[in-house]
Design a protein around this ligand. Structure first.
Ligand SMILES: Cc1cc2nc3c(=O)[nH]c(=O)nc-3n(C[C@H](O)[C@H](O)[C@H](O)COP(=O)(O)O)c2cc1C
Length: 228
């Protein structure tokens, strides 16, 4: 059977967070499909600085001037076949830390050759390719309040995947009348670990994880057929 690698990223700023729990549940469900290797990354203790918009990464093809934990994380994402991003809901959207990681992905959205001069008018026809292109992505979020902005947070993650030419998947992992994530897994919890009480939210995360694994296998098989 085709082997795939799925990376889970938990975007909470706290350790042992609800987001970590949810992403781990999704990864475990993904593994249940068989021949699925997973890797979990928590941003809680990682140094993630803001993109400085210096575009050195376009001058030196992928070389970011910032020395923090991001290049290693991006390397892992680039080597993966699929990914699951999780975030706490903060003010109706994702955490600033996860957003900071996303912004740093400009260093893996690259032109074919180094840009030597930033005369933007002359760069209009320059192709750009994301190193995340053709990977599969799914999203899980946890917020403290019903109607707290979960779906906006999910959209922020989905939009990031779309900008990177990825395949966004959601529903169809575990599909019952009750478990229909539709727009991604939404879970409830405030204090650390509280999300485990939201059995329904956990099931939604598992459904997303399973669907990401299934879709990743399909996409990887398809990409294999496209090779000369
Ligand atoms: C700065 C901040 C903003 C928050 N904003 C929201 C919000 O808009 N909607 C919501 O449902 N919960 C909100 N919460 C609650 C968190 O989403 C909730 O505690 C969640 O469990 C945190 O996830 P974590 O354990 O993964 O860190 C907020 C919490 C913090 C600290």
């Amino acid at each position: 059977m085709l082997k795939i690698k799925i990376v889970g990223v938990a975007g909470s700023v706290r350790k042992n967070s609800n987001t970590e729990i949810l992403v781990k549940k999704a990864l475990k469900a993904a593994e249940s499909l068989g021949e699925v290797e997973t890797e979990f990354i928590s941003l809680a203790e990682k140094k993630v600085e803001f993109c400085r918009a210096c575009f050195n990464c376009w001058r030196e093809l992928g070389k970011c001037v910032i020395e923090d934990d991001v290049p290693k994380i991006l390397e892992k994402l680039c080597k993966s076949d699929g990914m699951i991003f999780g975030s706490p809901v903060y003010y109706g959207t994702i955490s600033a830390k996860l957003k900071a990681l996303m912004d740093r992905c400009v260093s893996i959205l690259l032109p074919p050759k180094p840009v030597t001069s930033f005369e933007w008018d002359k760069l209009k026809n320059m192709p750009l390719t994301s190193k995340l292109r053709n990977k599969v992505g799914g999203a899980v979020v946890v917020g403290g309040f019903r109607g707290g902005g979960h779906e906006y947070a999910l959209s922020a993650i989905h939009h990031f995947f779309m900008i990177n030419d990825m395949f966004v998947v959601v529903d169809g992992g575990i599909r019952t009348y009750e478990i229909h994530p539709h727009f991604g897994a939404t879970a409830l919890g405030i204090r650390k670990g509280e999300v485990l009480k939201d059995e329904f939210g956990v099931k939604l995360a598992e459904s997303v994880g399973l669907r990401v694994a299934e879709a990743t296998k399909i996409v990887k098989a398809g990409l294999g057929l496209m090779k000369p």
